[in-house]
Design a protein around this ligand. Structure first.
Ligand code: DAH
Length: 361
């Protein structure tokens, strides 16, 4: 048997001065492989007498373990080195422009954009957001809003009916407007109320200005002294902020809705004399919303005493607001799912000038 100590010294020195992982692997095979030097020493133990075996056995095993340990450590060192080198070499240069074929970012739909803008503005005015189901009952969609069964307004709505029928709630319908959220929300809480409710609405109608599904935004403010002056200020403030113009004016025209008394059409000042419609200028008027003072019967539907509380309500077409603000002519294109349209009219998530900006000073 060779001198174990000198073997150990020699191997450890070789491991230490190895220059690559391959070098270390060569040492491992030479010493610990099937025909390796240490392997051979171990197999030769059998030929020795018991006493020698007892003495040399543990010594050779120690040698083997020590060599293994050193080899592993050195291998790990080279692995780290390769990784670090790779990390340095493969650094991404963020200053390089993106190839156009890789520019597949999504765009924000104008309806989502406008919805965000509107909620932000009403949020700044202290309005909460209320929600209701798309599949409504005749009761909430009509009766609770002072539209009884025989009322001609039911025909005006071109309602989609479901087969389902409940003896108290009537037939299920796709809601024809967001107004049912008024009663649903008031039933759940206590006055005063101040909320808006945006959402999808449905009517059996389709042409350049109508789609079977469209979006509305409902507004409701109920308190002891809420009046038409408050409504006027609220809508003028909202419209000025939304269209980003100073102090726009509205005109209130008498109208009729079963759930308001008096009922009004809201027109905003506009200029139609040039090639593009300008909101907030000129001397023309453009209809943008329906509104009015909440009918006492609607308050009663929500168990609110109309002798103590009164309020105003309004309803905007969300898609129409988007069309007006961003100059989008055909309503049907909003829902056609054409990616080219969305690239053109959509908004980038990282570069939106008006998103979440709230009321302008
Ligand atoms: N719900 C009405 C519609 O769909 C819009 C509307 C008018 C809502 C007057 C209101 C309102 O809250 O006060 O035609």
């Amino acid at each position: 048997m060779e001198n174990l100590n000198s073997i150990k010294k020699e191997i450890l020195q070789k491991i230490k001065s190895a220059e690559s992982d391959d070098n270390v692997e060569e040492i491992r095979i030479r010493e610990l492989g099937k025909k390796g030097r240490i392997t051979k020493l171990l197999s030769e133990l059998g030929k020795l007498n018991q006493e020698e075996r007892k003495k040399l056995g543990p010594e050779i095993n120690d040698l083997k373990n020590k060599v293994l340990e050193e080899i592993e450590e050195k291998k790990e060192f080279f692995l780290d080195q390769t990784l670090n080198k790779k990390l340095l070499e493969e650094k991404v240069d963020v200053t390089l422009p993106v190839k156009s074929s890789q520019n597949t970012n999504g765009r924000i739909h104008p309806v989502s954009q406008v919805l965000d803008e509107i909620t932000e503005i009403f949020g700044s005015l202290g309005y909460e957001i209320a929600d209701g189901p798309d599949i409504e009952t005749e009761y909430y969609n009509f009766n609770a809003l002072n539209i009884p069964e025989s009322h001609p307004a039911r025909q005006m709505h071109d309602t989609f009916y479901f087969d389902e029928f409940d003896k108290d709630q009537g037939q299920s319908v796709l809601r024809t407007h967001t107004s049912p959220v008024q009663v649903r929300t008031m039933e759940e809480g206590k006055p005063p109320f101040r909320f808006i409710s945006p959402g999808r609405t449905y009517r059996c109608d389709s042409d350049q200005t109508h789609t079977p599904m469209f979006h509305q935004i409902e507004g409701l403010s109920v308190d002891k002294e809420t009046n038409l002056g408050h409504l006027k200020w609220t809508l003028e403030t909202f419209l000025s902020s939304f269209f980003e113009i100073k102090n726009t004016k509205i005109q209130m025209r008498p109208s009729y809705f079963p759930f308001t008394e008096p009922s009004l059409e809201i027109d905003v000042l506009c200029d139609r004399s040039g090639p593009v419609l300008k909101i907030g200028e000129g001397s023309d008027w453009l209809e943008v919303a329906g509104a009015g003072m909440v009918h006492p019967n609607v308050l009663k539907s929500a168990n609110i005493d109309p002798d103590i509380y009164q309020g105003f309500a309004f309803g905007f077409g969300l898609d129409r607001l988007a069309q007006l603000k961003y100059g989008i002519p055909d309503l049907r294109t909003f829902f056609s799912g054409d990616i080219r349209w969305l690239r053109h009219y959509g908004f980038s998530a990282l570069d939106i000038p008006t998103l979440s900006r709230g009321l302008k000073k």
